[in-house]
Design a binder for this molecule. Structure first.
Ligand code: SF4
Length: 246
């Protein structure tokens, strides 16, 4: 039976064998709700905060414990993703705290669109942040995501101040985010942070387009191709020049 006092979260879905959202093999919890509207989002079915199931911290934690030995062996842990998981800061903080007490590595996959006073709740219990930077230019960021980047930039600086290990992820969208000057600006920003362990360029792909169609979401990228291997290499070379990739 659920306790009245227990913190609950709105959970969209769970993946028990995640291999791309943090180190090792991971329990990926996708939380419902996102304030952004990225034009290339492949999880647009998570945008609505009311979908999914309401679950207590204990319910999630006990489910996770069933696989713990497996994640331990594989150097993994738990990743909270979404949607935007920082929209549920109390649930996030409590769950991560319990995980860390149990020796489970905690990772947060976020756009960084988060109030800093809320971040203070969960960052002390976060081992690693996967921070998605979408664009360094304000108006372009707004065009791509629906919001300005100020909160994300403040969050990135706060992570650096708190020395939280961070991996940066940046989606290369041809014609939107892949200009040389875009990548230069990104690298100059990242270079100033002292906590970034890696930067990864993710190619735009059409995997989210079917969901957008089903949900009747406008899709300005419906005819766009993924970036070529060469353009990914160009981005990596710029980052290499800044000593951000090997
Ligand atoms: S922040 Fe993530 S979940 Fe939200 S719209 Fe952007 S890509 Fe989708």
């Amino acid at each position: 039976m659920k306790s009245f006092k227990e913190t609950t979260g709105q959970v969209h879905s769970v993946e028990t064998f995640g291999t791309v959202d943090g180190p090792g093999i991971r329990y990926i919890l996708f939380l419902a709700g996102c304030p952004l509207r990225c034009i290339y989002c492949h999880n647009s079915d998570t945008w609505d905060y009311t979908i999914g199931e309401t679950r207590t911290v204990s319910e999630v934690f006990e489910d996770l414990l069933r696989y713990k030995a497996y994640y331990d062996r594989a150097g993994g842990g738990i990743t909270l993703s979404g949607g935007e998981p920082t929209l549920q800061p109390y649930f996030l903080a409590e769950l991560f705290q319990r995980c860390q007490i149990e020796g489970i590595h905690t990772c947060l996959d976020t756009s960084g669109f988060c109030d800093l006073e809320k971040a203070q709740l969960f960052l002390p219990h976060t081992n690693l942040v996967l921070l998605d930077l979408k664009h360094m230019d304000g108006p372009r960021h707004q065009e791509i995501t629906g919001v300005l980047p100020d909160k994300t930039f403040a969050f990135a600086h706060y992570l650096a101040e708190k020395k939280i290990p961070t991996w940066i992820r940046y989606v290369l969208v041809p014609g939107y985010t892949d200009a040389t000057e875009d990548i230069e600006k990104l690298c100059l920003f990242v270079k100033k942070l002292n906590n970034v362990e890696r930067i990864t360029f993710l190619p735009f792909h059409q995997l989210g387009s079917a969901k957008r169609k089903t949900l009747n979401i406008a899709d300005p990228l419906q005819d766009l191709q993924s970036p070529s291997k060469e353009s990914i290499e160009i981005a990596r070379n710029i980052a290499r020049k800044h000593n951000l990739v090997t």
